[in-house]
Design a protein around this ligand. Structure first.
Ligand code: ATP
Length: 246
């Protein structure tokens, strides 16, 4: 049986009285690669964190199938923005990916042979096996992003949430990461990615959530990326990839 969808109903978020998100209602479907886009400060990170119960929000609980998502956190792999990760933390690439196994193993218990195998497979999949003994602080931005992707793969999650994974990385790494996102979506997982770039890479997404404090549009990429919606989100200042995007 496939995995269920996420249902967000009437979610609002305020930071110290200042409204960041207003009354968001949408569904996110498994088996599809979903992008969250919108201008700076549109509330993209806020929406992801509120969905995952990492910050307080008002509105109905976010449901994953018939249960609140906040009670099913073990099914979620979340990779925050690079700027929110402490890169001075003294851990090797292998250690970081193994952290993805903690929920399956429990703290203070020895990692199983299966866990070792999953970590090795995840590193191979992102092309980082040769770096497994490196401290994470010594990697390039693209390599760091691949390590965190490997950690989420090792976790064997159902829901994958990535906050701006493509910032400051080269095209080759972006292609590797998009290929893995595609494979995850094609295998029925729910993949949600915040993307600040409206260039050609946007065509990788099946579905788009377009935000600017409130929901402008959500659904199939071709339907969401209409000029009217983009003007509403970006105030008519959008430089949009005009190739075959819509
Ligand atoms: N912890 C916080 N305290 C106060 N205000 C915050 C906090 N986090 C975010 N904000 C504000 O809430 C709004 C939405 O921020 P958010 O980071 O969710 O936007 P975003 O769309 O992800 O932006 P960007 O593309 O710049 O990362 C912004 O005005 C931001 O300044």
């Amino acid at each position: 049986m496939g995995i269920p969808e996420i249902t967000v109903n009437n979610i609002s978020v305020q930071y110290r009285g200042v409204e960041a998100l207003r009354d968001i209602t949408l569904e996110i479907k498994p088996g599809r690669l979903t992008g969250i886009i919108g201008p700076n400060g549109a509330g993209k990170s806020t929406l992801m964190k509120a969905m995952l119960g990492l910050i307080p929000a008002t509105g109905d609980p976010v449901f994953y199938g018939s249960q609140p998502l906040s009670q099913q956190r073990q099914r979620v792999a979340y990779v925050p923005q690079r700027s929110q990760i402490d890169w001075t933390y003294p851990a090797t690439v292998w250690d970081v990916v193994m952290m993805g196994r903690i929920r399956k193993t429990g703290w203070f218990r020895r990692f199983s042979t299966v866990s070792h195998r999953r970590v090795a497979e995840a590193l191979e999949r992102v092309g980082m096996t040769a770096y497994k003994n490196r401290p994470i602080g010594q990697l390039s931005g693209g390599q760091q992003q691949r390590v965190f992707l490997a950690r989420s793969l090792a976790q064997e999650a159902e829901i994958f949430c990535f906050d701006e994974p493509f910032v400051g990385i080269d095209q080759k790494t972006e292609n590797i990461i998009f290929k893995i996102f595609r494979d995850l979506a094609d295998s029925g997982k729910l993949v949600l990615v915040i993307n600040h770039d409206l260039g050609e890479s946007i065509t990788n997404f099946d579905d788009i959530i377009l935000l600017n404090k409130e929901l402008i549009a959500a659904g199939r990429r071709q339907q969401v990326l209409q000029e009217e919606n983009l003007n509403q989100a970006y105030g008519g200042k959008v430089m949009f990839f005009s190739g075959n995007a819509a």
